[in-house]
Design a protein around this ligand. Structure first.
Ligand code: ZN
Length: 326
């Protein structure tokens, strides 16, 4: 790109419980510049947006050529696509944030908002593994478990704007307590803390030697479990098998709801690859009626890991600007 080139970018912002990542992304999905900062939700939202937009202005000024900001996309927990509000977000201290009202003193530009899982799904659809698909489901397996459903070429938002909360559907009736107050939610099993609990339970139940026995509970991260499983630890491998079986059986229900061509698994726990994908795929097929078997592809994310959440939020902005589905 020469120094005089003018090009359009959308600001993609992923608001997380601890950190917020942001980047300037063009129409083709190239992230020209990115930054990160502490979310620090103890402070009022006004201070968050002031800090954010100071950093964005600095990013923009540092870019070659003339990047023109044309819109903003936000992925945030408990964000309502219809109203643009974040309401009682888990892991954040804010009770209510009206995003467009916070943004408009700084930028008179279109602002699009959705929850983080929907943003990831839009990123996959525009730039990643779901390009060209009209029917797919995206599941984020991280601190929590999020879901997004694209059916008949459109994102399913529902009357609340918050549809597809697959993490809080019941995976094990009467099972583990979930952060939402219910029992047996998928999130209590397939999130990072879910697989951590599974590994601890297996250690208590089994007598077999395991490298995991030398670790403290906090060290049973999905990354560490993956490393130990790949190193040959049978118990670490079993933690993924148990998780995949619960996840796959639950996903079979979702397949019957919308008949997707693919399910995309995204996030830290999904980074374990075949350790998780193989038992998940097996359980998915086992729980599907014959006519649905062999029809659903289970895919890893097609977005570059480090930028995925930013690309997802930016894809939301671009999709809103284009006025196209999903
Ligand atoms: Zn729950």
């Amino acid at each position: 790109m020469n120094d005089s080139a003018t090009y359009e970018v959308v600001l993609g912002v992923d608001v997380g419980g601890t950190g917020t990542a942001f980047g300037l992304v063009d129409r083709a999905g190239r992230c020209h510049a990115q930054g990160a900062m502490a979310t620090d939700s103890h402070q009022p939202p006004e201070q968050f947006f002031q800090r954010l937009f100071e950093q964005v202005a600095a990013l923009q000024a540092g870019l070659a050529g003339h990047p023109v900001l044309v819109g903003l996309g936000f992925g945030a927990p408990n964000a309502n696509h219809h109203t643009g509000a974040i309401v009682h977000p888990p892991n954040l201290h804010w009770e209510f944030v009206d995003l467009p009202a916070q943004v408009h003193p700084y930028y008179e530009l279109p602002v699009a908002v959705t929850n983080d899982a929907n943003a990831v799904a839009l990123g996959e659809h525009r730039f990643g593994a779901a390009r060209g698909m009209r029917d797919f489901i995206a599941i984020t397996l991280g601190t929590g478990v999020g879901g997004a459903i694209v059916a008949n070429g459109a994102m399913v938002y529902g009357v609340t704007g918050m549809a597809a909360e697959l993490g809080h559907t019941t995976a094990v009736p009467g099972g583990r307590e979930c952060g939402c107050g219910r029992l047996g939610c998928l999130e209590a099993y397939a999130s990072a803390s879910g697989i951590q609990r599974t590994a601890a339970e297996l250690l208590a139940q089994r007598r077999a030697p395991s490298t995991l026995r030398a670790l403290a509970y906090d060290e049973l991260t999905s990354l560490r479990l993956c490393q130990e499983a790949l190193g040959g630890d049978a118990l670490a491998r079993e933690a993924f098998t148990v998780t995949g079986r619960i996840l796959g059986a639950k996903l079979a229900d979702s397949v019957l709801h919308t008949s997707p061509e693919a399910i995309i698994l995204f996030g830290g726990v999904a980074a374990a690859g075949d350790l998780l994908f193989l038992p998940t795929a097996l359980a998915l097929e086992e729980n599907l009626p014959l006519v649905f078997q062999g029809r659903v592809r289970l895919l890893p994310s097609g977005l570059p890991g480090a930028d995925a959440a930013i690309l997802g939020a930016a894809a939301l902005g671009w999709t809103q600007l284009a006025g196209t589905a999903p």
